[in-house]
Design a protein around this ligand. Structure first.
Ligand code: BGC
Length: 736
């Protein structure tokens, strides 16, 4: 539809219709017998038949047949026959489930994330959806927060690359094209900083850190053209994000130039009452609309109050026009006025979802996201040995994550299933050993509560005995262990970031009889791995790898694939170090092992157990000292830093060569190291390659003491290496 037609449409709409566009309801209101819905659940929420008739979008359903039916009936009833938007959280896959975003970050390959996003979008689009609530661009530093699994980690540069890549994967260059949808950058802003890692908590982030660390990744996603942004649950500078005018109108729209649709997070408008920022529903609706929230997700505050607020002249109708028009524009960008069903296609669903191409991509992604944390040479496995697989993830299908609720766990390939395809079964055994969590652990997810205690004490004992016996007879033991998938995700903060106790007991019992242990870890967050790391010979982090997890893990264990993943969140030495991140600001008393009065713990090291950027390979890479093309950078003359990377081992492999920079003196204190670039290179045994990084003025910019972004003349150090701990450094100067 042309812009003039769209404007005309807006003019023709009644106030109620325009407000309707700003209302998002649950799909349940459109399913089944409308009359009983209106008198039942709708009545109890205060939703009227008119609200249902006019609501501009729904959340929580997918499937071509159902959504086409809803669209048809809805449009027939709507006064201007405007199509509705169908939204859902498709975070890392619809039916083909790719590794969780935290794992995808570890591949250090945004192009791969783009491909995965594109594949999941295709599955979602044929299933009738128009918008996915992804990507989450929140920077995270605290492993206690359950939602770290949905982020790509602690680095703003890397997160920005991923946010942009995912937006491109979801939207392409034109979201009206086949198999494309609108992305939604979330949660604006700072949700990843919830205090103490406790879900839905306040954040304490100063303006400088907020702008320098937290805002950039959202901005990258917005620059990539994201059609939507979602507000955060948390307050920013004391004002809940959803009602924060300065944040939304000045920063998001004014400074970042976002002109798409701003949706609140689930129920966030009414939460402003509990926050003590709004008196009642009407006040909350008033504050949210003034702040610029276009769509109210799942409260009835807009539907019930905006009309009255306009009539009482408390808000200007222009605010409603502005919001409704943006929503119409999004519908138009998706091409819904021409084709309200977009890609919904019942037949294509069967062909696209879980197709072999998507499964192959899921396998590749899961292989590339595995991070080898420790290996004394026991990996890859010697297949001539007697091997016992022992642990609750040996044959566990629940390896996709709480966010992949649309996936079917039965479709996940387990380690056992994959191992049976390649191992000699006459000398390989498989044992559960323990349940994932003990009966004392209560878990809850979106769908239901799970009391995990389905295994009786006696059964548990028998499992353990069988496992110990098998371990004692085997040459080596592979232990697939991990958190329960419901222990990470939304509302899954943990104060202790250990493996479940019942699994630690299994691990200890196995370690007593067989020291040759390879631990394979399934989890959605960094864990305290001290004991695991001390008592095992190898540790392979595989996260929640999704549909093809078992195949990918077995590919890596056997050496068919050489691991190349790198951590994008520090794995702490212990939970007391949290929140933890490598790019911390320099202190006035830097750590000095001979000095007592310096920044340090008295009982544990300052360093994490495994740092950002870290991950081993089955081969070794030698990175030469840095050669610089000169010693000065100016505004129009960049520098080149060069290293030679050589594969000194005896198998081919991939290394992520990382560039870090520190601004030595500035008008504000600067981080001790910041990732500024990376390159992934593949090398055959004995092969070497030159790797070049260009150092230019824009990459040296930061938030200066006056609050502006820019660079300052002075000395810099750069490092090029294989993790954030690299000491391979060189100096240069910026002259402006
Ligand atoms: C989450 C969002 C999500 C929304 C809709 C909220 O609870 O914070 O990330 O998109 O629900 O499901």
């Amino acid at each position: 539809m042309r812009q003039e037609e769209l404007r005309q449409l807006l003019e023709d709409m009644s106030l109620e219709e325009k407000i309707g566009q700003m209302v998002q309801l649950s799909a349940d209101f459109y399913k089944g017998d409308a009359k009983s819905v209106i008198t039942g659940p709708a009545a109890s929420l205060g939703v009227t038949g008119e609200d249902i008739r006019l609501a501009g979008s729904i959340l929580g359903a997918y499937g071509a047949e159902e959504l086409m039916e809803i669209q048809k009936n809805y449009m027939a009833e709507h006064p201007h026959h405007i199509p509705m938007l169908f939204m859902l959280d498709v975070i890392h896959g619809l039916k083909t489930v790719f590794p969780i975003p935290l794992a995808q970050g570890a591949a250090f390959e945004p192009e791969l994330a783009q491909k995965c996003a594109s594949a999941m979008t295709k599955e979602a689009a044929v299933s009738g959806l128009h918008v996915t609530f992804a990507p989450m661009a929140d920077l995270v530093r605290d492993a206690r927060w359950g939602r770290v699994m949905e982020s790509t980690g602690e680095d703003p540069y890397l997160n920005g690359k991923y946010a942009a890549a995912m937006v491109r994967g979801i939207q392409g260059d034109d979201m009206s094209k086949p198999y494309k949808m609108s992305a939604c950058i979330k949660h604006f802003a700072g949700y990843g900083a919830v205090e103490a890692g406790r879900e839905y908590n306040n954040i304490e982030v100063n303006e400088h850190t907020f702008r320098e660390f937290y805002l950039p990744a959202y901005e990258e996603g917005i620059r990539a053209g994201a059609g939507m942004v979602m507000t955060a649950f948390n307050p920013v500078n004391g004002i809940p994000a959803t009602g924060n005018r300065r944040l939304m109108r000045d920063v998001l729209r004014g400074e970042m130039g976002f002109d798409g649709v701003l949706i609140t997070d689930y129920g966030a408008i009414l939460e402003m009452i509990a926050h003590g920022y709004a008196e009642d529903e009407k006040d909350a609706a008033h504050k949210a609309v003034e702040a610029g929230a276009d769509i109210d997700m799942m409260t009835n505050a807009y539907a019930a109050n905006l009309k009255q607020l306009v009539e009482e002249k408390k808000i200007d109708e222009a605010l409603i026009d502005e919001a409704a028009f943006r929503i119409l524009e999004l519908k138009n960008k998706l091409g819904l006025f021409e084709n309200p069903y977009k890609d919904a296609d019942a037949k294509a669903q069967g062909q696209v979802r879980l197709c072999s191409e998507h499964r192959a991509l899921a396998r590749e992604a899961a292989q590339k996201t595995c991070v080898l944390l420790k290996n004394d040479g026991i990996l890859p496995l010697d297949m001539s040995k007697k091997i016992a697989f022992i642990g609750p993830y040996t044959n566990n299908h629940e390896i996709h994550s709480t966010w992949a609720f649309t996936g079917d766990v039965k479709e996940c390939v387990t380690i056992e299933a994959a191992a049976r395809e390649v191992f000699d079964i006459s000398r390989t055994t498989f044992h559960q050993g323990a349940p994932v969590v003990g009966s004392d652990v209560r878990l809850s997810g979106f769908a239901s509560d799970t009391a995990s205690g389905k295994v009786s004490a006696r059964e548990q004992e028998a499992m353990l005995d069988e496992a110990v016996l098998a371990a004692s007879k085997a040459d080596l033991v592979v232990m697939p262990l991990g958190e329960h998938y419901l222990q990470s995700g939304e509302a899954a903060s943990r104060a202790m970031i250990d493996l479940p106790e019942v699994q630690m007991a299994l691990f200890r019992a196995v370690a007593e009889v067989n020291p040759n242990i390879v631990v394979v870890l399934f989890n959605g967050r960094p864990l305290d791995l001290r004991e695991i790391s001390e008592k095992s010979r190898a540790v392979l982090e595989v996260w929640l790898p999704g549909t093809e997890g078992g195949h990918a893990v077995v590919d890596v264990l056997t050496g068919a694939v050489n691991p190349s993943g790198k951590l994008t969140m520090s794995f702490p030495y212990c939970v007391g170090q949290e929140p933890m991140h490598y790019n911390e600001y320099a202190t006035g008393r830097p750590y000095d092992r001979n000095e007592r009065l310096c920044t340090r713990y008295t009982d544990v090291p300052n360093e994490p157990l495994y740092p950002f950027g870290y991950g081993l390979s089955y081969t070794n890479f030698d990175i030469s000292p840095i050669r610089m093309s000169g010693s000065e950078v100016t505004e129009d003359a960049p520098l080149t830093a060069q290293v030679t990377v050589k594969n000194t081992g005896d198998c081919s492999g991939t290394e992520v060569v990382q560039l870090y920079i520190r601004d030595m003196t500035a008008s504000v204190i600067r981080p001790v190291k910041e990732l500024k670039g990376f390159q992934k290179i593949w090398l055959a045994p004995g092969e070497e390659k030159e790797v070049f990084f260009e150092i230019d003025e824009p990459m040296l910019r930061f938030v200066r003491s006056d609050g502006t972004w820019g660079s300052e003349s002075g000395k810099f150090t750069l490092w090029i290496g294989s993790s954030s701990m690299t000491e391979n450094g060189a100096q240069f100067e910026l002259k402006l």
